[in-house]
Design a protein around this ligand. Structure first.
Ligand code: HEM
Length: 340
């Protein structure tokens, strides 16, 4: 195996690990929001002016209570909240950042054969810098809920790009195996003629539902901040504007996901990314309905809040996996549409 092939194999492994780390970053970010730990570190990038935050109250600045009060916070559960927020920052700086840089460097091994990897990597780096900057703004403006939402969107785009990179690299690996086994030519994929329409509509519908969900969340967050209401049983009363639309729209999401799943199962020579993407979507949408119902019927359990955000991310990953398999997978370009 020459050095270039070795580099490309390492690039695939690093890209998969990078995807997992990005997914976990969204989960950790969700934990920060749900536990209200965002102000655990009131400054950025340092925490209480230090690289490693204090662990005991006596190490905090003398005026820290006054500082929180002037920003509208009556209390901050030190040190738990501080360390949850700090873990979020550590994960970004020590795990995600180096993985992104390493994968960008490794994408250079593809520069002659396929420049799209470098372009996608640079886009991810740019969006990561942009998201980090938004993170700073979120802290500076005391976690205004609209800004928290704006912070989530580039994060979801970065994870989606990471899925596209992994699927495309996997496609090249499949082509290599085929070449090594002397298999000539790509197998034909025979799909439903509406499959393309389902995929594009699925992407739009899922994105809209995620935006609607963030509106529900923003509505509740605003109420909690304004009225300082901490009793979770009261939250539902204030989610009257967006929640009914969000609930109703989940029927549209379920229908489109079911159509994609059925069409994928009818595909002749179904490839593995689409197989797993469709299963991930069906599993995630079911989990969304369960966790969404738990939220509305059982006074917003914190665990359901976190799971609801996690499964909306996996639902998005599922549709991106199916789309990138169809449009960006070099081992999967021959699609023949058939009438149903
Ligand atoms: C079917 C697909 C669904 C998707 C993709 C979805 C997505 C989302 C997203 C992205 C959020 C914002 C989460 C956050 O920022 O932390 C959210 C919030 C919410 N969703 Fe859904 N949702 C779905 C279905 C449902 C259903 C069926 C219900 C109710 C029965 C529901 C109830 C809620 C509630 C109450 C919130 C606010 C949660 C909070 O404040 O933490 N969702 N949803």
């Amino acid at each position: 195996m020459n050095i270039l092939t070795k580099g490309r194999n390492i690039y695939y492994t690093v890209s998969v690990i990078c995807f997992i780390s990005l997914f976990l970053l969204i989960v950790i970010g969700g934990t920060v929001r749900i536990t209200g730990s965002g102000m655990g570190c009131p400054d950025w990038p340092k925490c209480f002016g230090r690289l490693i935050p204090p662990t005991i109250i006596s190490d905090l600045p003398a005026d820290y209570i006054k500082f929180y009060e002037t920003r509208g916070y009556s209390k901050s559960d030190f040190p738990l909240m501080t360390w949850i927020e700090y873990l979020n920052r550590l994960w970004s700086v020590i795990i995600v950042g180096p993985l992104l840089l390493a994968s960008t460097l490794l994408s250079l091994t593809w520069i002659k054969k396929d420049k799209s990897f470098l372009i996608l990597q640079l886009l991810m780096l740019f969006l990561t810098g942009f998201t980090a900057w938004l993170g700073k703004i979120v802290v500076l403006y005391d976690l205004d809920s609209l800004r928290v939402t704006i912070h989530l969107i580039p994060a979801l785009i970065i994870v989606s790009i990471s899925v596209i990179i992994c699927t495309r690299l996997n496609g090249y690996r499949v082509l290599d195996v085929m070449n090594n086994n002397g298999i000539d030519g790509l197998p034909n994929k025979i799909v439903s003629k509406n499959y393309q329409l389902y995929l594009i509509s699925g992407f739009i519908i899922i994105s809209m539902q995620i935006l609607l969900g963030t509106q529900v969340r923003t509505e509740i967050d605003k109420y909690i901040t304004q009225a300082n209401i901490l009793d979770r049983a009261d939250w539902i009363i204030k989610a009257y504007k967006w929640l009914p639309i969000h609930k109703l729209f989940s029927t549209v999401v379920t229908i489109i996901v079911a159509l994609i799943y059925i069409a994928s199962r009818k595909t002749v020579n179904l490839s593995r990314p689409t197989f797993w993407g469709a299963i991930l979507m069906i599993g995630s949408v079911s989990a969304q309905i369960i966790t969404g119902t738990l939220l509305t019927e059982f006074s917003f359990p914190a665990a359901s809040q976190l799971l609801h955000l996690t499964f909306s991310t996996s639902l998005l990953c599922g549709i991106i996996l199916c789309i990138s398999d169809k449009y960006f997978n070099p081992a999967n370009v021959k699609y023949i549409p058939i009438s149903e």
